[in-house]
Ligand binder design. Structure first.
Ligand code: GAL
Length: 738
């Protein structure tokens, strides 16, 4: 395997002849993959500007490989259609930006000489390709935005492996291993196929058999049984094993395929969702894969960070990959941290013609064949999000899913109750804040709520940001009241870029519990507060501290505080104002109901003595946490916070750097402004706006490495609060490329 992520030449708009091997590409820009065909400000731009056909070229020289080695070029995702040539010869066109594809280039590669792989990338919204043809409430952006590699394999090779844990909770626990071989040039000697179950370096079980692969594709089954006790995979302890499959043909180097698996049983039943036989109420958020500035073109570390945020900061146990298969790096991290996933095919309300439906069916297959070994995935979404019924089409998508993978249930997301249910689990976007129990269908999952019914910006007033949080809380409360609801996946985790005919008029849907930079709004505090205090003690006010940022001037209405403490004590200006208990009356079905205080209501706080707000959180008799919100009305601190301080010098790796103004105690200052000027030295570059104008007192840029080692120094100057400097160490990366 050779990575082809480095060393690309990007030519912008494609022109006639630009894929010819001899085309003069000396003026092209040298880029790495993932790459966005255009970069943008984080909002207020025109998405038409990424909708064009661009050209990418990659020169490579392959050393001559041993006889009969075959070579493939693998693309993980190109938005939205890719026409690929090698040395001027057409390899083919792939339509669809969310699923991987490969071309065999054996017989076309010139050994030991310069080869030119050229890709014309069509990033227009072609109505022959899902999700396009109608309206879409998100942006797709453009470019070769996921990895590219060269893969060399023997004449007959392992193309894929489905390693399926079975009877996980029973005596006959085993892994059923289906090996997909691709061969050519019969006849050949019998070969041996071996599968091993490994826990790190320890072999837990192994099995082997003779196979006689013919020409073309064949599938062979092996069963790893008598494996004894195993550690189960679950959301708390996501234990992973490897299934290593080897194909030995004569004296050749064996071909090897590693599938990472977890032993878990995931079932939706009429009484809710069960993981390993235990009832688990699903609490999660939808995720769009796009980031500010570059759309989907973010590397592994940044993709993984989203899974960490969902799991560790938002304390979700499930995420829906709305509305398409997402980066394998994001999903890898979900497997590793125990975040359950509902993965679905590309689409948004619109169903196209026969050819379009064929592509959607191909997407079902490509998604499942890519991700079927992941323990985190508990549902295949095989319906176009919020589309009308289409009996034949959805019977077909369900059949494909069930035939490929009989271990997982299917779902499909709609917005009307009297829709035909062909999937196992009825996915429903129920945006009605007063929906009623019991669910109107058995095996029911609420897949979206809140969202467009209450868009909320970080700069909105305290009343609105708090109500935003409470709307999420109320829905989870109602879902918690009845076991027949499997749970709820709110809309959505992060604000996202969208078309002009959606959102707030600046190409953003402010529907996230966190902003587009993944920085928490108060609604994130509600999700965070639902974890066990053993994991983290949480105390998050649903408001910022002010006298008059409410409609009801002179009072603070009812302040909500999200916490997993037993009891809170509230002080204003040093005076003990109230002792609060979780509101079990209104929120008795949440693990940790919000706390409310109304002691300030109706009485202008400045009349009784305006001062700082201190909240103490108690577990039993012990004070476990306290938070102070300043009353000064002054911006106190300016923080520059990188997610990581050690990066790889491959020109690909990147990390987010959060810019944040707080009060002197670290509490948010949502109306803080200021254009932050950034300066960078060393082997890194800024992905983002510079200067960056704070929005909601916060914002972020990403720092991407250049292809060198050393120290990156990033200086950020706030016009009033001064300059901060952070250092990022960049390590040398050995070349893995050709
Ligand atoms: C839903 C849709 C989502 C998003 C959301 C906004 O109808 O499925 O993609 O547009 O509304 O609230």
């Amino acid at each position: 395997m050779f990575s082809l992520d480095r060393g690309w030449l990007y030519g912008g708009r494609a022109v006639p002849g630009c894929t010819d091997p001899g085309f003069d590409d000396s003026g092209f820009e040298r880029v790495t993959i993932p790459h966005a065909n255009r970069t943008f400000p984080w909002h207020g731009f025109d998405d038409e500007e990424y909708q064009f056909v661009s050209v990418y070229r990659r020169h490579f020289t392959l050393p001559e490989l041993p006889d009969k080695r075959r070579v493939f070029v693998d693309f993980e995702g190109v938005m939205t259609a890719a026409s690929v040539t090698l040395n001027g010869e057409t390899l083919g066109e792939h339509r669809g930006g969310y699923t991987p594809f490969s071309f065999e280039i054996s017989g076309r590669v010139r050994w030991g000489e310069d080869n030119v792989l050229a890709v014309e990338v069509d990033s227009t919204e072609r109505e022959d390709i899902p999700p396009f043809g109608g309206n879409v409430d998100y942006l797709t952006f453009g470019g070769i935005y996921r990895g590219v590699a060269l893969r060399t394999v023997p004449d007959t090779f392992i193309e894929n492996v489905f390693a399926k844990p079975a009877d996980v909770l029973g005596e006959d626990r085993r892994v059923e291993v289906r090996c997909f071989l691709k061969g050519r040039d019969a006849p050949r000697a019998p070969s041996r196929l071996t599968a091993e179950l490994r826990d790190g370096a320890r072999t837990v079980a192994s099995v082997s058999r003779e196979v006689k692969p013919g020409d073309g594709d064949s599938a062979w089954d092996l069963i790893l049984d008598e494996i004894g006790p195993v550690e189960l995979w679950d959301t708390e302890n996501p234990k992973l094993y490897d299934v290593v499959v080897r194909l030995q043909q004569g004296g050749e180097r064996p071909d090897e395929y590693v599938a990472r698996v977890g032993f878990r049983e995931a079932r939706f039943t009429p009484e809710g969702f069960y993981l390993n036989g235990n009832h688990l109420k699903l609490r999660g958020l939808n995720r769009h894969q796009t980031y500010p500035y570059v759309g989907g073109a973010m590397p592994a570390r940044v993709q993984r960070r989203d899974a960490l945020i969902l799991k560790n900061e938002l304390k979700c146990n499930v995420v829906r990959t709305s509305h398409y298969p997402q980066s394998r790096h994001f999903l890898d991290c979900c497997d590793e941290v125990g975040l359950l996933v509902f993965e679905e095919i590309p689409g948004w309300q619109h169903i196209g013609d026969g050819g379009w439906k064929d592509l959607a069916c191909r997407d079902v297959e490509a998604m499942i064949r890519r991700d079927w070994n992941r323990p985190s995935i508990i549902l295949w979404g095989v319906r176009i999000n919020e589309s009308q019924d289409d009996h034949d089409f959805y019977e077909r998508t369900n059949r494909i899913a069930h035939e490929l993978d009989d271990s997982r249930q299917t779902s499909g997301v709609r917005y009307f109750f009297d829709s035909e249910k062909l999937e196992d689990v009825f996915g429903m976007n129920d945006f009605d804040p007063d929906f009623i129990a019991p669910p109107r269908h058995p095996l029911y999952l609420n897949t979206e709520f809140a969202g467009h019914t209450f868009p909320t910006k970080p700069i909105d007033n305290a009343e609105r940001t708090q109500e935003h949080a409470l709307r999420h809380a109320r829905v989870h409360e109602m879902l918690g009241a009845d076991d027949r609801f499997a749970g709820g996946i709110g809309w959505c985790a992060f604000d996202y870029n969208t078309h002009a005919n959606f959102g707030s008029g600046d190409r953003v849907c402010y529907h996230g519990v966190s902003d587009i930079f993944r920085i928490a709004k108060p609604a994130a505090g509600f999700y965070r507060s639902q974890c066990d205090p053993q994991e983290e003690i949480v105390l998050e006010p649903g408001f910022h501290w002010s006298v008059g940022d409410q409609s009801d001037y002179g009072g603070h209405g009812e302040g909500a505080i999200f916490s997993n403490c037993d009891r809170l004590v509230v002080y204003v200006a040093g005076e003990r104002l109230a002792e609060l208990f979780p509101d079990r009356q209104r929120f008795g079905n949440l693990a940790h109901p919000p706390f409310f205080f109304s002691e300030l209501s109706g009485t202008a706080p400045w009349r009784r003595g305006w001062g700082e707000l201190r909240i103490e959180g108690y577990l039993g008799d012990e004070m476990a946490v306290s938070r102070t919100l300043s009353s000064k009305g002054a911006d106190g601190r300016f923080g520059v916070e990188p997610d990581d301080t050690e990066l790889l010098g491959d020109g690909i790796d990147a990390t987010r750097v959060v810019l944040r103004v707080t009060d002197e105690f670290g509490a948010p200052r949502p109306f803080a402004t200021g254009a932050v000027t950034l300066e960078i030295e060393g082997p890194g570059e800024i992905v983002g706006e510079n200067p960056f104008a704070l929005f909601g007192g916060v914002g972020a840029v990403w720092v991407r490495t250049t292809e060198a080692e050393g120290t990156i120094v990033l200086r950020a100057k706030h016009p009033v609060l001064g300059t901060r400097e952070v250092r990022l160490q960049v390590a040398r990366v050995p070349s893995d490329t050709v």
